[in-house]
Structure formats: C-alpha cells, structure tokens
Design a binder for this molecule. Sequence first.
Ligand code: IMP
Ligand code: MG
Length: 189
Amino acid sequence: MDELKVLVSRQQIARRVREMAEQITADAKGEPMIFVGVLKGAAIFLSDLVRQVEVDATFEFLAVSSYGNRPTPTPELGRAWDSTGEVRLTKDVDQSLRGRNVILVEDILDTGLTLTFLRRLLLGHEPRSLRVAVLLDKPSRRKMPVEVDYIGFSIPDEFVVGYGLDFAERYRNLPDVCVLPATAWTDGS
Ligand code: IMP
Ligand code: MG
C-alpha cells in the first residue's frame, strides 16, 4: 500500500481517546450509557472508546446513506464530492433508547448534514440524555451547525482516511489518520 502522510498519529489518537473516555466517564455520573456507533467509519473509534469508559455500557450500531450520495471524491466531482443532504437510515438500532442515556459516536463531522439527521432521529426515541462524540471535525466545511459534546481533533479541509475512515471502502484499517492526496481522486487539473 502506498505511503500516505500521517495527519493524526496512532499515539495522538490513543492519548486523546483516553482523555475523551475520562470526560465521558465523569459526565456519566455513574449512570448506564448506550453508545450508538455509525457504521462503518465509527466502528474502530467506538471500540477503543468503550473499552476505556468506566461506566455500565452497552453498544449499538446504525447505518446511513445519502440520496444523491457522492460519498467519495471522484475526478469528475473534484472537491464538490459531498452529499446533497438527504440522509436515509439503512440500519436502525436493535434496542429501545427510550429513557436511556445515549452517546452517538461518529468518525468525522464535516458538513454536519449526517449528524443533524441522526440527532433528530435519536431524539425521536425520547432518550433520557443524548450526547455526541466525534473523533474528527472539519469546521471549515460546515453547512449546518451541530451540537457536539466531545471532539477528538479539529482538522483542516483535507480528505482523510484510516482509523475507520475510508476512500471507496479502502484504508479503514490504517492505524493513523492520514491525508489522501488530491491526486488520488482528481485528474490533477
Ligand atoms: P457530513 O454529513 O458532511 O458531516 O459527513 C459526514 C460523513 O462524511 C462521515 O461520516 C464520513 O462518512 C464522510 N466523510 C466526511 N469527510 C470525510 C473524510 O475526510 N474522509 C472520509 N470520510 C469522510
Ligand atoms: Mg461515516
């Protein structure tokens, strides 16, 4: 596999995930929590996070896709690769979230469209509390404001892969968060 530039190293990730877990533990005040991960990108982050929170935890996964989805950059789309905003649930959670303390766990907050949709969806379950944890945030690309409780790292407007994040399903297993050079998805013009 080609060498990619590391943006956030595995050591930085490990340290920050531990800090986030400590904060989540403190905020949970001894109450049980359900961690809801967004497939597939958040799977690795969730699995590292839940093993370090000291609360009575269960976890769930849901999955979404976008209509008119342009989930990854292509030469034709260039930097206009993001989704059109109509998000659709493709896998729901398996247990009721009603009256429960929920933490939504997502890999990256970009335009904010996905998390806006998911927050609204989960609030419809009438949880006791809803918090949101994201590993990465690209604030410069936001189209909708989103309330997020825990952010791992704010990063510049680069397409990143690794630690769960993909480009056309590849690179999810890289241990570091790396920058995918624009040459990988544009014709270079
Ligand atoms: P949003 O709805 O624009 O906030 O997009 C969030 C989703 O877009 C994430 O869950 C990712 O699946 C995807 N995404 C956004 N930026 C990147 C990136 O740099 N690398 C890989 N996936 C990304
Ligand atoms: Mg995702």
